[in-house]
Design a binder for this molecule. Structure first.
Ligand SMILES: [Zn+2]
Length: 471
């Protein structure tokens, strides 16, 4: 096969470190199979909503059948009825180290049907894009991972370490039925040195450069309840000690003011790399985000795009969003207590206790705090050898690639794998053309992926994985 089948942008970037098996693959056929699988996955309505069962088992069983047809030995493990997780392992001799896990979640977030220009569950291609809920997040990666497993199996190359695939349930609702359940109940089936999953590897076009964020860290969670107590009384009499007023003041401050500025090493490097590739004044604006006195002003007044500002805001501060208010049971009775639940997110190095101190300084005394759930931020050592391999693979397939490491404000299955001591890399390669907005499509309307971008992603993933596992 001609190398141009998988070399996208370049005719000169080939290096000796590409594994020879890359030349044995019919990339047209492999890409067709990947896209066909992606289409079938998109037709599975694995919608993770509070009032329904996503039935990931249907998608998990479909993948298991594909593996079985190839002579591989998958298994489907249900954490609850319909909540299937599919696992498959290609054994290696261990000479190259502990296993590598390819992980992808099978569930998707709900859709607002009337906002879509195409059917989100038809898995159809229109004008070079495959449309569907989950196309970006993250069924394209699941399809590429499955294909990577199948290609390695078909080629029959000996492996120097195990390669495991995990298609998991429930990521969109907190991972309890999926990766966390696997990590707590079947750790031996998924444990390895590295996990490769979301969120990163997509093209971010800025100033003529192709940035590729690679997720190496994600914020932690501190969900807490803040309670105010006051003097209960009859609703007909004025009451200056009404706890509803106290909790409303706290909620207003939390929703409108920032917590203190913190620059973590991952974010500092991310901002400096972006800045180096920008011209003045954008380069200075970006660098200003690292300055305590300037950051808030820049986010509020200089950034043209509020959603971009809020992303930078989230990676430079602990955040505490009020999400649920509770108080009162009767219209004519002033309650004795009011509370607000707060979705707190922690930067690397910060604890729930640190967050509460910051909140106390913002809202003042007179409140009590209960932490309902806390999970620390996860951070992968960026000096790891796999970092260089990811950079090399990216630049081999896109000569304009500028890889950057990023911190995700939200959380992913990486939380579960971190519990097993695994090193998590958010790298689900997807080449996007200029003008496409990854962030807007992620959980957004009209989610879709370019079919050429998926073909490219398959080659990039296969290049990385073959370098890691094939002898
Ligand atoms: Zn996702």
């Amino acid at each position: 096969m001609p190398r141009t089948g998988w070399m996208c942008d370049t005719d000169s970037g080939m290096t000796a470190s590409t594994h020879p098996l890359m030349d044995r693959i019919d990339w047209q056929k492999a890409g067709d199979e990947t896209l066909a699988l992606l289409s079938r996955l998109l037709k599975q309505r694995t919608i993770n909503a509070p009032d329904g069962n996503p039935n990931e088992t249907a998608a998990a069983s479909m993948i298991a059948d594909l593996f079985r047809a190839e002579g591989m030995e998958p298994e489907v493990l249900e954490s609850a009825p319909g909540r299937g997780n599919v696992l498959c392992r290609l054994p290696g001799d261990g000479s190259g180290g502990e296993p590598i896990l390819l992980s992808g979640h099978l569930d998707v977030v709900p859709v607002e049907l009337d906002q879509w220009k195409r059917d989100p569950f038809a898995g159809e291609v229109h004008d070079g894009w495959m449309w569907g809920r989950g196309a970006v997040d993250m069924k394209h990666m699941v399809a590429m991972e499955v294909m990577t497993m199948i290609l390695l199996h078909r080629l029959g190359v000996p492996l120097k370490r195990d390669l495991i695939f995990a298609g998991v349930a429930d990521e969109e609702a907190g991972c309890e039925q999926g990766s966390l359940w696997l990590a707590r109940n079947h750790p031996e089936k998924i444990r390895g040195e590295y996990v490769i999953s979301e969120i990163g590897g997509f093209t971010l076009h800025m100033a003529g450069k192709h940035f590729y964020p690679v997720q190496v860290a994600e914020k932690g969670i501190c969900w807490l309840t803040i309670t105010a107590r006051g003097t209960p009384g009859h609703g007909s009499l004025p009451n200056r000690d009404n706890p509803i007023a106290a909790i409303a003041r706290a909620a207003e401050l939390l929703a409108t003011k920032r917590l203190p500025h913190h620059v973590t090493p991952v974010v500092e490097r991310f901002v400096r790399t972006l800045s180096q590739h920008q011209k003045v004044p954008n380069s200075l604006v970006l660098k200003g985000l690292l300055s305590k006195p300037l950051c808030g002003h820049i986010l509020d007044n200089v950034f043209p795009d509020p959603s971009l500002a809020s992303t930078f805001d989230a990676v430079l501060h602990n955040t505490a969003n009020p999400t649920i208010l509770r108080s009162g049971v009767k219209i004519n009775q002033v309650p004795g207590e009011a509370s607000v639940q707060v979705d707190g997110r922690l930067l690397p190095g910060q604890t729930g206790a640190d967050l509460i101190e910051e909140i106390k300084r913002l809202i003042g005394p007179g409140y009590t705090y209960t932490i309902d759930k806390e999970m620390p931020a996860s951070v992968t050592e960026v000096a790891d050898p796999i970092a260089g391999m990811i950079d090399t693979v990216l630049t081999r397939h896109d000569t304009k690639a500028v890889p950057i490491r990023n911190l995700l404000p939200g959380f992913t299955d990486a939380k579960a794998y971190t519990e097993l001591g695994m090193k998590c890399w958010g790298f689900s390669p997807l080449k996007l053309p200029p003008g496409s907005n990854f962030a807007a499509m992620f959980h957004g309307h009209n989610e879709r992926v370019p079919v050429d971008g998926v073909r490219w992603g398959l080659a990039v993933l296969m290049d990385l994985i073959s370098g890691l596992v094939a002898k």
